[in-house]
Design a protein around this ligand. Structure first.
Ligand code: ZN
Length: 289
């Protein structure tokens, strides 16, 4: 499933190609992927100019001049591809947008159809609406302050479960959660409220670092993810624990283990991420990663 760096890469890639262009036509193959305002998509979007394309949480927002917005959630296997009009249309292409005086089009392809699109024409919360609302966008790990991050972690939950929950923090999934906890030297089963100030600081920095490194690498492709230009990311070659079971830790040489935390396969270095006792017990990792 695309996480924050993949969605950011897609938004930037799509924006590079279509920001400033005017929608010419909308080809919608599957009406059931579109929620939001009940206006027909083509009538609503035709002639509108794309102001900018941005990531908000794990959503791609096409902000259109005049206040309308097309929100895309990629789900598990969704792709937003910029293609030449002459390129063959792949199976499971549910939506295509063409643009005036351009040969490119934007295609939404999603074999498993967990992805969704929302049409927002006005900000009226009680206005006409079809389907469910887009998931709320929680705090962004790249923008949240250390103080707010500290407040957010003051909860009686395992740190991994808390980070994976898209509330109160958005965009962090299994890959970057495991990588950030490893870099911070924190065991994923630690109770969030038990993290001391230095651990919280290390985790805040580690999250930003792994997310920014992955964005710079165009994201992580472990199965379906592709950028807007249909290329794979390459951060999978930089991962330090995720799916590296049995390989030596790059810091201490101990073999990476796969355990279960929060119901998810979880990759740790048992040496660098020792099980932490409750706050004040004094057991913290010896080395910063
Ligand atoms: Zn280690």
């Amino acid at each position: 499933m695309p996480e924050l760096p993949e969605v950011e890469t897609v938004a930037r890639g799509v924006g590079r190609h279509i920001a400033g262009l005017t929608v010419e036509w909308v080809h919608l193959e599957r009406k059931d992927i579109v929620y939001g305002h009940p206006a027909p998509l083509c009538a609503a979007l035709r002639g509108r100019r794309v102001q900018k394309v941005v990531r908000r949480g794990k959503q791609v927002h096409l902000d259109l001049v005049g206040g309308a917005c097309l929100i895309v959630h990629l789900g598990m296997t969704g792709k937003l591809l910029v293609a030449d009009r002459d390129e063959p249309i792949a199976r499971h292409t549910h939506l295509r947008l063409t643009f005036r005086r351009r040969r490119i089009e934007l295609r939404f392809v999603d074999p498993r159809r967990f992805g969704r699109i929302w049409l927002i024409l006005d900000a009226e919360p009680d206005g006409p609406w079809i389907g469910r609302r887009p998931p709320p966008v929680a705090a962004d790990p790249l923008r949240i302050s250390l103080a707010d991050f500290r407040d957010l972690l003051n909860r009686d939950r395992q740190i991994k479960a808390l980070l994976l929950d898209q509330q109160p923090l958005s965009g962090v999934g299994n890959i970057y959660c495991d990588e950030a906890l490893y870099r911070a030297g924190i065991h994923p089963g630690t109770r969030a409220a038990d993290l001391d100030a230095s651990m919280v600081g290390r985790l805040w920095r580690a999250l930003r670092r792994v997310l920014n490194e992955s964005i710079a690498a165009g994201g992580t492709t472990v199965s379906d993810y592709r950028s807007a230009d249909n290329t794979t990311g390459w951060y999978q070659h930089k991962l330090r624990v995720y799916q590296r079971t049995g390989h030596p830790c790059r810091q201490c040489g101990t073999r990476i283990q796969r355990i279960a935390v929060a119901g998810r396969g979880t990759f740790i270095c048992p040496q660098c991420q020792p099980v932490s006792r409750r706050r004040g017990s004094g057991q913290t990792p010896r080395r910063r990663l």
